[in-house]
Design a binder for this molecule. Sequence first.
Ligand code: HAM
Length: 401
Amino acid sequence: MFERPRGTRDFGPEEMAERRKLENILRRTFESYGYHEVMTPTFEHAELFVERSGPGILDEMYTFKDKGGRELSLRPELTAPVMRFYAQDMQRSPKPLKLYYFGPAFRYERPQKGRYREFWQMGLELIGADTPQATAEMISVAYDSMKNAGLKNFRLRIGDVKILKNFLDSIGKNDRDTMRAIDKRDTELPDEIMEFISMNNPEELENHGPEDEVEHYRNVLDLLSSAGVEYVMDLGIARGLDYYTGVVFEIEAPELGAEKQICGGGEYRLAELFGAQPVATSGFAIGFDRTLLALKKDGFKAELKGPDAYVIGSKETISEAFALARKMRNAGCIVEMELTGKGMGKALKKASSIGSKYAVLVGEDEVESGEYTIKDLSSGEQRKMPLEELLSLCPSDKEGY
Ligand code: HAM
């Protein structure tokens, strides 16, 4: 017997129904802000990610040589691929460009609950707008995503790495180790740093610089407040050692414990690195799997839908039953047919147990008269109807085709 690779998961029908439900809520939210979906390959040249994050990223990626000797990596996230796509093909598109994506990402991490080697991200990139309203709107897409999904307990924290780095510069501590320690919320941090990152009122930033960034940050916060978006100010967000340049944010679901971060993003610069003209960019990615874990703690569920009708034929009428099922499907119904040759009694039980609305009986009498016996499985009521009437029971709009 084979086992699935470490850090990966199989999703059964019930879980897929939940995943699709959440996916649809998030898609609708992103699209309500005018974002359009893009898709990029699941693997890229390894260099793309090394260029973005430095060679250390190689330890965290699935990297391999293809038969042509090219070094490729499964994408650990989708921002670099989307910006590569932008640099390659979309530089002339009217700005701002509002792109969103949903797909798997891969990281060679130590698996645990909420941390996988293959996981899904739903994210967006906003290209060509850096006003406070652009950044505030980008953050509110993430906030509304959680609200619309029904997540009860989450916290949006907003910081600014430019202001943080400016402060660290002023005390001679703007280095990778300090940023890493801040990111991890090391308790050993010096008092002056602790004091700085504990500020929770934008007014306190009065004597901190850089002035234009402080103003930008405060404008973003004001816009969010005025629109009813709840957040906490947190200048201690360092967002790993990544490519962020200004306002950054994270959303956490406290009940998830160690892997509580369900979304992260901010303003960044990558276009020039990938050979494009400089352009303002910001974005975020929602950790789809973690968000679902948090939602399930709140009772998030999706029912598996039963068919509209379950068609039951006999040995003698199989071909008529088979053809009828297909006609009904073409008329817009979801139809299952008895496939294992069960007798009438067992087949009816099966139809009920999978939640079918009707059972359609196709016996020799029915074939002869052209009138089918329909049983309403919730009321138990049974009557005969001709094909036309039967087909009129099917929802006429074929949504989904
Ligand atoms: P990130 O913070 O590295 O940001 O990942 C975003 C989210 O993906 C995290 O908050 C977390 O929920 C989820 N995540 C990360 N690693 C795992 C894992 N191993 N298992 C399960 N979930 C995971 C980015 O990826 C940036 N590209 C976000 C962004 C977009 N910044 C600008 N634009």
